[in-house]
Each structure stands twice: as structure tokens, then as C-alpha cells.
Design a protein. Structure first.
Length: 494
């Protein structure tokens, strides 16, 4: 009896499937053979924008383990994104293999992806078949049901809850395989609300993560985008000069305490130029070969081909990692001998005996010049310096060659005229093409004749308490200032 009932159910199911298939095929044939309805020609087809689905990911700084790491997504015509976060085991190797530390493409993901090939599994093929069948049914319904009816049906029967994160399932991995399951730390699907304009972006919180470097992969259908999130307790400051000297200073990003023993590596064009560890002061010093000064590329040159490789400065202490890229122009664009004097090598300090002068007064000025070399500061190889002073109208009011002392200093005097223009005066000291500058002001002013003091009865006051202040004004010779108008202001500060 049970076998008869099973056969009857199977026969009924087969009949229904055959009936649905025949109706489905008949409607497809009719839709293809029927002449399409005439539609009005658009007035300006060339001006109708076609917004294709697009998205990109970016991060703009590093984060500490106590912070919530963030990612920004720019997108259009995208309803959701599948996010996968992978932990990079060797950040130094990863960044060295990148052509550009700010960009990642299909070939860069191979550092994370190890072992998954182009062959598809049974689960992947099944998912593709299901997706194709679903697409065919969806296209059929859209071709025969008006848009407003579909929207009404969706609002009534398929209303979605507010946007929230949902976990990914096995089918999502089958559609877009993981780069490396062993290095994945989290994944989720993020519903994306419609943006107000096409050039807006949305912040995606990544949550608190342990110290390390993470690769974030965003997926939507066949599109992918990548970004990097660095979580670290370290902060790095670097300084370079034209001679190829590099100084790196590494401290705790929260307390500012220097870190000793941090591994530092300087690379260029995927090659290691120098490496070492920081000392007790958190400082690492080294010297690298300075690149030749780049020639001006022709106007029709490809920017990608003429782009110079940046210098990468990377530091690592266990899971804490920091990186900075330094373009070649930070080294001054070329080398040179110590006896070749350039403006970048000269340190100057020019000052006057007062910051502000009145017309008909004398200005006394002095300057100190030093040249920076690989062995430290040294005196300039010159006996004289040309000094010019210009008024606010760029008129020269002083021009003279002054001697340099044995300590590399010079001094002079300028008598300001009775009708001298008011404003800022510029002092320029030059030796060949090297220039140093300072300035002073000429203003019509009077010295104050009295002094104003404000006293409060106590330093602190409780909230809601009334406080009285005493304001006193006295001439410098001791007599009080009487019948004077008083204007006072109260400012609040945290």
C-alpha cells in the first residue's frame, strides 16, 4: 500500500513539473516571436547617464587595539557588500611585493591566496546552476509583470527589516571562494542604503581587533575591491636628507615612550636597502643610496611608466607593525658632494634687537649661517654675504656686502626714515644661489602709559557661585587712572 502511494505521488509531481516546464517554455517562445511594442524615442539619448554598479574601499589611518577600526566604502547601485577580513602573517613581505603600497589588484592577492586554483568544485557548479535558473525566472517575471505591481508585491510580502549585518553562508563562499580560509578572521554581509549622491561614501565599522595588518576584501557579485587596516600600538616618525641619511623614531602611540629593539627595514623597488633595530631612545639611523635626479618626462609619456618607486620604511615589534612610504624627492632629488652648496643644506637664523620699530629709529640685525653635511654642521666656505632689506612695497632700502665672522655670523644696522612705509620689512642674506631670510615690523605705535590688572578673590569657584573681580588701572608713575571706560570680556575654557 505504501509503495502504491509513493508511486502516485511521484507521478503527480512529474505531471506538475512537466506542466510548469511546458507553460514556461511556451511563454518564452511567445515572448521571443512576438514583435516588441513600439516605444517613444528618447529626446536626448546621449545625455541619459548609465550608472553601472561600482564600489571602492579605503582606509585613511592606522588604529590602536583599543579603537574601533573603520573602513570607508564608496559605491553606486550596490545593495550589499560581502566583507572578508584576513590577517596578513608577514606584512613586510606583503608590502615589498606591491608595485604601489596604496593600490592592490588581482595579482597582489596571491600573497594571501595560497592553494586555491581555477578548478571548480561540485558545490560551486551547483551554485552556478541555481543562480542561472533563478536569473531566468527573474527575467521572465520582470518581462511580464509591470514594475509598480512588483514593487507593491515586494513591499507587502517581501518587506525587509532595517539594514543590518548578516553572516555569510557556504553558498557565498562557493560563489566567490575565500582567499585563504586559514587567515580569515571575520566575515559578514553589509546592507548598503542608497546614497544621496553618486560621490558619497559610508563608514563601515570593523570593530576592535588585535594588533596586526589586515586585508579587507569587499565582494558584490563578480566585483571585488581591497583595502588594508593596520592595528598597532606604535607610531613612527621618519626624516631624510639629500645625502641619503634616514632617521626613524618609534614611540608608543598612547604614552609617547620610545620603543627599543623594534626591527626597521628600508626598501625600494622591492629590494632591502637597510635594516636594523632602534636604540634605547627609539631611534634608528642608516644611510641609503640616493636616487639620481629624475629627468623631466616628455608630455606624451605614460604616467605609470615614469612613476618612481617609493622608499618604504617598515618597522615591526611582534604583532605591532607600522609603515611609511617616502618618495624620492624627499631625498632632495639627487646626491652631491659636501662642498656643493645648496639651499637645502643651509640652516640660518636672522633676528633683530626688537620685533617692531617706529619710523626714524635704527634697526640692528644679526644672522647666523651653517651648512649641514653628513658629518654635522660646519661653517660656510665664504668670507662675505650679500644682505638686502626690502620695504613692504618691495623697494630696496638696504643693500650691502657684509663680512662673515670666524663663527659664521654677520651683523648690520639700518636707519629707518621719517617717512618710511609701515608694514613688514624683509631681510635677505645670500651667498651665490643660497638664500636665508628674516623680517621685522615698522609701525606707528606708542608705549602704554598705564597698567591694568585683574584680581579674583579665589582661584576656584563652585558651579552656581557668584564671583567678584577687582579691576585696577594705574599709571606707571603710581597715580590711579580715573573716569576711564572699562570693557571686560569673560571667556570659558574646558
Amino acid at each position: 500500500m505504501s509503495n502504491t502511494r509513493i508511486y502516485r505521488y511521484l507521478a503527480t509531481a512529474i505531471i506538475y513539473i512537466a506542466l510548469v516546464a511546458s507553460v514556461f517554455g511556451f511563454n518564452i517562445i511567445r515572448a521571443r516571436t512576438a514583435s516588441p511594442p513600439t516605444q517613444p524615442e528618447p529626446e536626448k539619448p546621449s545625455t541619459v547617464p548609465i550608472n553601472k554598479p561600482y564600489f571602492s574601499l579605503t582606509t585613511n589611518r592606522s588604529y590602536s587595539p583599543n579603537e574601533t577600526a573603520r573602513l570607508w566604502a564608496s559605491y553606486q547601485n550596490i545593495e550589499y557588500l560581502d566583507f572578508r577580513v584576513y590577517r596578513i602573517n608577514d606584512p613586510g613581505k606583503f608590502f615589498k611585493q606591491l608595485d604601489d603600497p596604496h593600490e592592490m589588484g588581482e595579482k597582489e592577492k596571491q600573497e594571501i591566496a595560497q592553494g586555491y586554483g581555477a578548478s571548480t568544485s561540485l558545490l560551486e557548479r551547483t551554485h552556478r546552476l541555481k543562480t542561472s535558473l533563478f536569473g531566468a525566472v527573474r527575467d521572465y517575471v520582470r518581462a511580464h509583470v509591470q514594475k509598480d505591481h512588483r514593487e507593491t508585491f515586494n513591499q507587502k510580502f517581501r518587506a525587509e527589516p532595517p539594514a543590518e549585518r548578516t553572516p555569510l553562508n557556504v553558498a557565498d563562499y562557493a560563489r566567490v571562494p575565500l582567499l585563504n580560509p586559514d587567515q580569515k578572521v571575520k566575515d559578514w554581509r553589509e546592507k548598503l542604503p542608497a546614497l544621496e549622491n553618486d560621490y558619497d561614501s559610508r563608514m563601515i565599522p570593523l570593530g576592535k581587533m588585535d594588533s596586526g595588518v589586515y586585508l579587507i576584501e569587499g565582494v558584490n557579485e563578480g566585483m571585488r575591491a581591497y583595502s588594508i587596516a593596520i592595528v598597532t600600538n606604535l607610531t613612527m616618525i621618519e626624516k631624510t636628507n639629500r645625502h641619503g641619511q634616514v632617521m626613524v623614531y618609534i614611540v608608543d602611540r598612547k604614552t609617547g615612550a620610545p620603543h627599543e629593539g623594534v626591527s626597521v627595514e628600508v626598501t625600494n623597488a622591492k629590494n632591502t636597502l637597510a635594516d636594523g633595530k632602534t636604540d634605547k631612545s627609539g631611534i634608528f639611523k642608516t644611510e641609503v643610496k640616493v636616487p639620481d635626479k629624475p629627468e623631466t618626462p616628455p608630455e606624451d609619456a605614460n604616467p605609470d611608466e615614469t612613476k618612481s618607486n617609493p622608499f618604504l620604511i617598515m618597522a615591526r615589534e611582534r604583532d605591532n607593525f607600522v609603515i611609511s612610504d617616502v618618495d624620492s624627492f624627499y631625498f632632495g632629488g639627487g646626491g652631491g658632494e659636501d662642498d656643493v652648496l645648496t639651499g637645502e643644506d643651509v640652516t640660518s637664523y636672522i633676528y633683530t634687537d626688537r620685533p617692531i620699530y617706529r619710523p626714524a629709529q635704527s634697526v640692528f640685525f644679526k644672522g647666523i649661517l651653517r651648512q649641514w653635511t653628513t658629518n654635522g654642521y660646519k661653517l660656510l666656505d665664504s668670507k662675505n654675504v650679500n644682505v638686502t632689506i626690502e620695504d613692504p612695497n618691495n623697494g630696496k632700502v638696504f643693500e650691502k656686502e657684509l663680512p662673515l665672522s670666524d663663527r659664521g655670523t654677520f651683523s648690520g644696522q639700518l636707519d629707518v626714515g621719517d617717512e618710511a612705509p609701515l608694514g613688514s620689512y624683509n631681510i635677505t642674506a645670500s651667498i651665490g644661489e643660497v638664500r636665508a631670510s628674516g623680517y621685522f615690523e615698522v609701525q606707528e605705535y606708542k608705549k602704554p602709559e598705564f597698567k591694568v590688572t585683574v584680581k579674583a578673590p579665589q582661584q576656584f569657584a563652585a558651579v552656581g557661585e557668584k564671583v567678584k573681580f577687582a579691576i585696577n588701572a594705574n599709571y606707571f608713575f603710581g597715580a590711579p587712572v580715573t573716569n576711564a571706560d572699562v570693557h571686560y570680556y569673560i571667556y570659558r575654557q574646558r
